[in-house]
Ligand binder design. Sequence first.
Ligand SMILES: Nc1ncnc2c1ncn2[C@@H]1O[C@H](COP(=O)(O)OP(=O)(O)OP(=O)(O)O)[C@@H](O)[C@H]1O
Ligand SMILES: [Mg+2]
Length: 529
Amino acid sequence: MREFWTSLASLMGVLAFCQGLLTTIFPPSFRYTFFKIFNRFSNYFSSYCYFDITEIDGVNTNELYNAVQLYLSSTAAATAASAGRLSLTRSLNSSAVTFGLAHNDTLFDTFKGVAIQWEHIVTERPSQSFSWRPVPDEKRGFSLRVKKSAKDLVLGPYLDHIMDRAGEIRRLNQDRYLYTNSRGGSMDSSRPGHPWEAVPFKHPSTFETLAIDPWRKAEIMADLKEFSNGESFYRATGRAWKRGYLLYGPPGTGKSSMIAAMANYLNYDIYDLEITEVSSNSELRKLLMKTTSKSIIVIEDIDCSIDLSDRQKDRHKHRPGLHHSLPSSDDGPSGPGSVTLSGLLNFTDGLWSCCGSERIFVFTTNHVERLDPALLRCGRMDMHIHLRECSFEALKILLRNYVGLEEEDLDLETVAEFETVVEKAGMTPADVSEVLIRHRRDRIKAVMELLLELKRRAEGGKGGRRGGGRVSSFEDQEEEEKRELEMMHINNNIANGDDQQKNEEKEKEGNVVLLHDEFYSNENDKKSN
Ligand SMILES: Nc1ncnc2c1ncn2[C@@H]1O[C@H](COP(=O)(O)OP(=O)(O)OP(=O)(O)O)[C@@H](O)[C@H]1O
Ligand SMILES: [Mg+2]
């Protein structure tokens, strides 16, 4: 053993001597050329080639390094079980843990049948005398090893694939935003002059929680998925990569909830366009230009936001002599509510609507009959979705979500009763969920109360149908409710006197829901008498 150590020590000594000799005898330029030739020689006989991707390229951050890091984080996650050591990170406000290659560790990836080896190389950076900007203490980089025969595949399609995948991961990890426009632009000092104000979007509505007929739900989800995966289709057909959905139906049937579910399903941002805050058609265009791709642009209650008189009238409105003076451009007059129907049509379908891509337009209304046919045509509103009062299928979803009851948990008689009355009652999902929330601590009571309410309405009570036809529209009834409540307040105020009213104001506010219910039970009593 001792002999082995002695010979090793002498070998090291000889090597050190040779190195010293090389350094002293041969000048640096000669040594450099020697090692270059030596490397070339060894590479010539190797079947692999290597590519280094350093974190900092000169003075700039290398975008490819960041992309590779993100890409390998998802590959590492997929191979977490087989990889030896992974580093885990979780950034502030993010719900996802990111995997990464630990320092000087290796990972294997395959692309189109080609094996690729990645190594994360971290070395200490020699201390620098001066730098314009702070640089990390460590020199980081990835080394890629691949067979020489696959070099072209790696430098072309594989690196493109990495960049695309990294972009996708970045988007999924990012917080999504709900944007809204306000007159004068964003108040956020970090985005001066930006027309959209943003808040993180955290709406809990999903397609699972949405109570609509399952076949309809599946149809909408498939349409959305097809749209988001349809880049090549839209390119091949020469169509702008956008789609329009019109959601219509009575209040409380889930139009806004569906928009949130769509955004959560596709991971898109939402731009909630308040059209009454837009002062001209050109401002509308500018707003559109400032939206990003992979987003849903929403105009709620479109019939209330804009004068939907036809385009003919629209044109007359802007002709000299007919109304106010002619505007200086074809932009129409400016000021609150000055966006015209043609401005809106251009917004959804004109040349400007194609700036950016992968965008969904959603309009909602309670009165589809009030909309101009031009707005409804395919290409603008491609899919018309009618959200209606609760069906039996939708009711089952609400029972499951709110009180955790499946159809099998109910006895056959109750199920049959629900089935008979639910369509006739014409209750909206919002009404049904209200009853269930009120009694959610006692599931049996919740079911009984819901059944009672449905029967009451089916027999012609609040919001119900009588003889197969609607008593009145829901909106009318809501208006009626509000008027009656106001009347009750006024009567109370008169009876109690002003001073007393001030003292009792708080108490009454808390009782509004109760008064509302009492009002209905009184109304129903009156009707049944
Ligand atoms: N189809 C539904 N599925 C699940 N929940 C619903 C549904 N419809 C309504 N709701 C519940 O009722 C509430 C009101 O619904 P939402 O605001 O989506 O109705 P809307 O159709 O947009 O009404 P409006 O026309 O007044 O804007 C929501 O908070 C949601 O919880
Ligand atoms: Mg709504």
